[in-house]
Design a protein around this ligand. Structure first.
Ligand code: CO
Length: 141
């Protein structure tokens, strides 16, 4: 059984100042804002910017004890995670677990827009936090 990967969904960047980072990506790099989200229980504020098929998630902490505050303290601003889209998150989790990968949760967690996500610890990926996402099927309109 192989994991069916569908490509890179986004790159996550940890930033200190969300408004400043958004302004840089929009005004200097020419990206467009495509979404924003508050995750109060994780102490995070998120903006998605994109251009072509490149999508970047800018992530800033809203309090000092969030996971991203600790990341910024230790490593400074920069690449926080890589997110790959998979066809089935449950199959991916079963496969990864069978191979001994270290996942940050036992089951898929709910993500943005009805998606389901799981994270793989950077110790098991040679240094980068890996997010896997299964997108909700798009509704017929
Ligand atoms: Co992400």
């Amino acid at each position: 059984m192989d994991i069916e990967y569908l490509g890179v969904d986004h790159l996550g960047l940890a930033v200190k100042d969300l408004a400043a980072a958004e302004a840089t990506y929009r005004n200097i790099l020419g990206f467009k804002l495509s979404g924003s989200e508050s995750l109060p229980d994780r102490g995070l504020e998120v903006r998605f910017v994109e251009t072509g098929n490149a999508r970047i998630e800018l992530i800033a902490p809203t309090r000092d004890d969030s996971e991203v505050s600790r990341f910024l303290d230790k490593r400074g601003e920069g690449l926080h995670h890589i997110c790959l889209q998979v066809a089935s998150i449950d199959r991916a989790i079963a496969q990864l677990r069978a191979q001994g990968a270290q996942l940050l949760s036992d089951e898929a967690q709910s993500g943005a827009e009805g998606s389901r996500v799981v994270f793989i610890h950077p110790k098991g990926t040679h240094g980068v936090l890996m997010e896997l996402v299964e997108k909700q099927a798009e509704e017929e309109s």
